[in-house]
Design a protein around this ligand. Structure first.
Ligand code: SF4
Ligand code: SF4
Length: 60
């Protein structure tokens, strides 16, 4: 199972990962984005590529 994490120190809450992920792994909680469905991750790395601050780590 892939491991998905957001470094909240780096995250600027742009929501790009929420709109990029095809599997709905991220959820917008308003003041922050959280990893809510890690089990659904297919390790496509789209979010890692899209995040402007390199806040996301995905480990296959
Ligand atoms: S794309 Fe990166 S900076 Fe933007 S909300 Fe997601 S984790 Fe945070
Ligand atoms: S690697 Fe792909 S499936 Fe996994 S959280 Fe990122 S965008 Fe979603």
């Amino acid at each position: 199972m892939p491991g998905v994490s957001i470094d909240q120190e780096r995250c600027v809450n742009c929501k790009t990962c929420v709109s990029t992920c095809p599997m709905g792994v991220y959820v917008d909680e308003g003041d922050k984005v959280v990893v809510a469905a890690e089990d659904e991750c297919i390790a496509c790395m789209g979010c890692v590529a899209a995040c402007p601050t390199e806040a996301i780590t995905v480990v296959e």
